[in-house]
Every structure is written in structure tokens, then in C-alpha cells.
Design a protein around this ligand. Structure first.
Ligand code: FEO
Length: 386
């Protein structure tokens, strides 16, 4: 397999997983790539690696340019195994290479791989001379692990941004001016909603630091490389990190005998009457990671479940557990559902919404099948609350 030149002497040498459909619970309907970059200078440098099972693909791309045993430095911007999984194999080949990483990167790599490799620890502001070019490091802790960092090459104006600005998107094209940009942005949005969302404050710090850089290319560790639409993706990240919501309501539910669905439908009508943009998402037909993408700019989250065996439906429980981890801040919420005799699901949904950080503005219960009058009443109640 061949390396792809992205600038003179700099190559994309990553791996493509066309068939990836789940990234620990995040549905990756377009696959993904793990981007590694090779810099051929006086010091031959590899930035990040790939998932373990794609090591041979990466090594064959590197071998199309240089002998992989001649690599001097391997920069590890992030410990997570989608970027470090091929490191053990790479270090067996490039036996004299030094791993450049931050202090928590070294700690994480040692804990993962139990190897006594050569490490050089860097901190924000440190510079690594490669020959004609250099790398400057900026630590970006918790975007989205403690060890995250990015590096900038001033001579070529490239920001090697690791997970930031990435997208799960498998493609033969490498650049944002070669691929339909709407799809790239859609996947970047989904990536932010499902990976980066809890870390808005840290993203804002990263964007502030990036303001001082003259960026001509953002070489991400997933998906497409940005070179044409850099202002757009920086501006979108600033918007997403600001936690701005719009006049939008996401109604997400599951139903046993369509009573909760009938309630969901009337809640939808109430928001429509008030001019809200609606997303109406049945959990049997919508993946929780796609629901999260819709929640990113929603003012209201309405979650419905009937009661099953004193509990909520497992689909709703899975969604709420997932959303609680991603913790969208400052949303208003409505818990609703039908029940036969116990009715515990609605209280459980409410308490999970509260644990996720939502302000629950209504709890709506309905015993058995709602009549037309009862549905009218639900719609009226929700309109009054809005
Ligand atoms: Fe792409 Fe946090 O790993």
C-alpha cells in the first residue's frame, strides 16, 4: 500500500477500516480511518500510529517511502489504542526510536504496553527540531483524555490535531476539497457530539491557543484532512463548544403498545405549535449516537418510556446511560410514559435526566391507553410549560 503525499516530504501513512460500524457504542456508518503521518527530514518522524489490526497497512505505507527501521521519533499525541495500538509492532521495527509524548502520555503508554521504551517527555511550548522543520507541542488535556496533545509545524503551517476536528469516515480521498463537504461536516458534528461534548471548556482553551497559529492544514487523526474549510471547522467547533442551543425539541422514546408513542406524538404537536424544530426519534429505529448528534443544539429533550417490570424499557435505559456520560449541559427536559399499575418508569427517566444535568420541567404519566381527551390535555399541558 502506498503513502499519500500531503506536503513535500510529509505523508499520510494511516489505515482505513471500511467496515467499522461500531466504535465502542458509537455507530460509525461510514467506517473510519486512523491517520498517521510520516515526516521525512534529518530526523525521520512518525506522528501517531493506527489500531493494532491495521499495523501492517501502516507499515507497508511507510515502507513505500522509507525503511521503517530508520524512524527516529514517534510522536504519540494520544494514548487511546486507536492511535497507539500499532506502537508495539512499530517499536520492534524502529528499535532505536524515541517516543515523544507528554507526562501522562508516557504514564498511559507504560500502563498499556508494559514496555521500557525510550521516552522523551514534552510540555506545552516545547519544540522538537527535525532538520529543516520542527514541531511545537501544545498539551490539550481532556480533549478527550488526560494525555491529549497536538503539535504544530510552523514551516508548513500544519496542525497535527489528533482527535480534534476528526470524523469517523472511511474514504480514498484525503482532503476536504476532494470529498462532499456536507458529509464531512455531518460526521465531524457526530464525532463532536459523541466524543468531545463533555469537554467544551477544554475545547475553548484549545481554540484560544490555536488563534495564535497560522494554520494552513489540520491533519486530524480520523477521516478527512482540512485544508480548504479550516475557518468553517474552527468556527463550528467554537459554536459547539459554546453549548449554544436553538429552538429545537428532541422527542426520544420507545413504546410497548403505542400509548407512550401517542403521548410522544402529542408532545411533538405542542412543540410544533410553538414553532420549534422537532426531531421525533423512536429508539427502535434510531441509534443512540445519532440521537446525541440531534441533542447537541436542542433546547428541550423529551424522553418517554412505558413501565416494564417496574422499570423503563432497556432501549431507553441504554440511551439515558449513554447521554448521562456525555452530559449535555443546560437542557430542559420532559419525562413521560404510560403504565399499567406500577408507573415507575417515568420517575426513573426523570431521575436519570436529572443525573445527566437536565432541568426536568415536567413529568407526564398516563395509565393504560390515553383517550382523546387525555391526549388533548397532555398537549395543552406541554404548551403551557413551553
Ligand atoms: Fe481517536 Fe481518543 O481516540
Amino acid at each position: 500500500m502506498k503513502a499519500v503525499s500531503i506536503k513535500e516530504g510529509i505523508y499520510w501513512v494511516g489505515g482505513i477500516d471500511w467496515n467499522l460500524r461500531s466504535f465502542h457504542g458509537y455507530s460509525t456508518q461510514r467506517g473510519s480511518t486512523y491517520n498517521a503521518y510520516l515526516i521525512v527530514d534529518e530526523k525521520i518522524t512518525l506522528i501517531d500510529t493506527v489500531k493494532g489490526y491495521l499495523a501492517d497497512e501502516m507499515i507497508s505505507r511507510i515502507s513505500s517511502v522509507i525503511d521503517p527501521s530508520s524512524i527516529d521519533y514517534i510522536v504519540s499525541n494520544h494514548v487511546e489504542m486507536d492511535h497507539s495500538g500499532a506502537l508495539p509492532k512499530m517499536m520492534e521495527i524502529a528499535k532505536n526510536a524515541t517516543i515523544i509524548t507528554c507526562a501522562s502520555g508516557e504514564k498511559g503508554l507504560r500502563a498499556h504496553y508494559k514496555k521500557d521504551w525510550n521516552f522523551k517527555v514534552v510540555k506545552s511550548g516545547d519544540k522538537l527540531e527535525l532538520g529543516k522543520r520542527s514541531l511545537e507541542f501544545l498539551l490539550t488535556p481532556m480533549v478527550h483524555w488526560p494525555d491529549n496533545m497536538v503539535c504544530y509545524m510552523p514551516q508548513e503551517k500544519i496542525l497535527f490535531s489528533n482527535d480534534s476536528f476528526g470524523q469517523h469516515l472511511a474514504s480514498s480521498e484525503r482532503f476536504d476539497d476532494e470529498y462532499p463537504i456536507d458529509i464531512v461536516i455531518e460526521e465531524a458534528r457526530k464525532y463532536y457530539a459523541n466524543i468531545v461534548l463533555p469537554y467544551g471548556m477544554q475545547v475553548q482553551k484549545e481554540l484560544e491557543a490555536a488563534k495564535g497559529l497560522d494554520i494552513g492544514m489540520i491533519a486530524t487523526s480520523h477521516g478527512i484532512i482540512w485544508r480548504k474549510h479550516i475557518p468553517e471547522i474552527l468556527s463550528l467547533y467554537a459554536d459547539w463548544a459554546s453549548n449554544r442551543t436553538s429552538k429545537k425539541a428532541v422527542i426520544v422514546y420507545d413504546s410497548m403498545w403505542k400509548s407512550t408513542e401517542a403521548m410522544a406524538s402529542r408532545i411533538k404537536s405542542a412543540f410544533e405549535a410553538k414553532g420549534y424544530v422537532i426531531r421525533f426519534l423512536h429508539l427502535e429505529h434510531n441509534h443512540i449516537s445519532d440521537v446525541m448528534t440531534e441533542i447537541m443544539d436542542a433546547e428541550y429533550i423529551c424522553v418517554g418510556s412505558p413501565t416494564l417490570n417496574n422499570n423503563m424499557l432497556p432501549t431507553v435505559a441504554a440511551f439515558l446511560a449513554y447521554m448521562k456520560g456525555l452530559a449535555p449541559k443546560g437542557r430542559k427536559a420532559i419525562a413521560f410514559g404510560s403504565f399499567g399499575w406500577g408507573g415507575q418508569s417515568i420517575g426513573l427517566v426523570k431521575s436519570e435526566l436529572e443525573l445527566a444535568g437536565c432541568e426536568v420541567v415536567a413529568e407526564i404519566k398516563q395509565q393504560f391507553v390515553p383517550s382523546t381527551d387525555e391526549l388533548d390535555n397532555i398537549e395543552k399541558t406541554v404548551q403551557e410549560i413551553i
